[in-house]
Design a protein around this ligand. Structure first.
Ligand SMILES: Nc1ncnc2c1ncn2[C@@H]1O[C@H](COP(=O)(O)OP(=O)(O)OP(=O)(O)O)[C@@H](O)[C@H]1O
Length: 323
């Protein structure tokens, strides 16, 4: 990676009594890139984010935003923008003043703070609502105000904790594409906490998969989804075709390893229509084999389907010890 590293985390630990919420986590994030921290509820994602933001003290390890060791610096000295699930906007202030507030606190004179706040509101598509109170906004609009508030001081690092989790599915999907465009325009490093695979896939360049306080796998999004490192990772990422092997490991048959129209004909035992095509389950020798057919492939489907599993394309994954 040639891009300048904007955030470097080394050997980070955070314990709450007997719970090791973050265990020896190291990661790097270049400027202009988005990293999704993905994992199930309670795995330590928010704790890691809070330690990076300076809201929690780590027991060990270092946090370097912008190349400087700021492990023990207060949040306001880190040049970090924060967006949480509950937006915590000021209800008595206008949208504009919510965004300008942090700029004023940083010492920017009123007119300049308001001008910058306007500019950021335009950037997130809320230019026309600057005079409203935040209580008069929809959930999606409030989310964008929170985003504008975090972006207004032009942080080099933006931290988002489940920013879309309080919104309904349709709005989430709209905001996912908006955020994607916005991140592409910013020359900022973005760290996004989510438990939603689709959000990670839609928004991130790289993914760090977290389980029980530790990172299981880090890499480019496509690589992690196509080549999960462990059986747990494959299950968490929603890979359907996993088959236990006698030696305790697990075989993953990715769809890219299945050639349709070749090999034996397998009975079709399940059909689930999708927005674009059909999800079918075959009674394969290995076990139930789930495949996604395009509308064209689905059109000619009978009671059986010929499918050949290419052994070269399959992965053998280790199981992990129980968390
Ligand atoms: N202030 C705290 N005191 C004690 N234990 C805590 C505290 N904060 C978090 N924990 C524990 O640390 C672990 C990690 O919690 P954390 O909130 O970081 O997980 P998460 O992955 O963000 O979960 P979620 O997706 O549900 O928000 C959990 O076992 C949690 O109960």
């Amino acid at each position: 990676m040639t891009a300048e590293v904007q955030l470097s985390v080394q050997g980070l630990w955070k314990r709450y009594g007997a719970v090791a919420a973050v265990q020896d986590v190291s990661l790097q994030l270049p400027l202009g890139q988005t990293l999704a921290l993905l994992g199930p509820s309670g795995c330590g994602k928010s704790t890691l984010l809070r330690v990076i933001a300076g809201l929690e003290r780590p027991d060990a390890g270092t946090v370097r935003p912008g190349g400087q060791d700021l492990t023990h610096a207060p949040p306001e000295q880190r040049g970090v923008g924060l967006v949480f699930q509950d937006y915590a906007l000021f209800p008595h202030l206008s949208v504009l003043d919510n965004v300008a507030y942090g700029l004023r606190r940083r010492g920017l004179p009123g007119p300049q703070a308001r001008a910058r706040a306007h500019e950021t509101l335009e950037q997130v598509g809320l230019g026309t609502l600057a005079g409203r109170r935040t209580t008069e906004l929809s959930g999606g609009q409030q989310q964008r105000v929170a985003l504008a508030r975090a972006l207004a001081p032009q942080p080099q690092l933006l931290l988002l904790d489940e920013p879309l989790s309080n919104l309904d599915e349709q709005l989430r999907s709209t905001l996912r594409s908006e955020l994607r465009e916005l991140f592409a325009q910013l020359n900022t490093a973005v760290l996004l906490v989510t438990h939603d695979q689709r959000e990670a896939q839609a928004l991130a360049d790289t993914v760090a998969l977290m389980r029980a306080g530790a990172l299981v796998q880090t890499g480019p999004v496509a690589e992690v989804f196509e080549r999960p490192a462990t059986a747990w990772a494959a299950r968490f990422l929603g890979q359907p075709n996993l088959y236990p092997l006698p030696d305790g490991r697990v075989r993953l048959v990715p769809e890219s390893a299945v050639q349709l129209g070749q090999g034996p004909a397998w009975p079709v035992v399940g059909r689930q229509p999708l927005e674009h095509g059909l999800r079918v389950t075959l009674a394969h020798d290995l076990g139930p084999l789930v495949l996604h057919l395009s509308p064209r492939e689905a059109a000619g489907l009978g009671d059986t389907l010929r499918a050949a599993v290419q052994p070269d394309g399959c992965l053998t994954l280790p199981e992990e010890p129980a968390a």
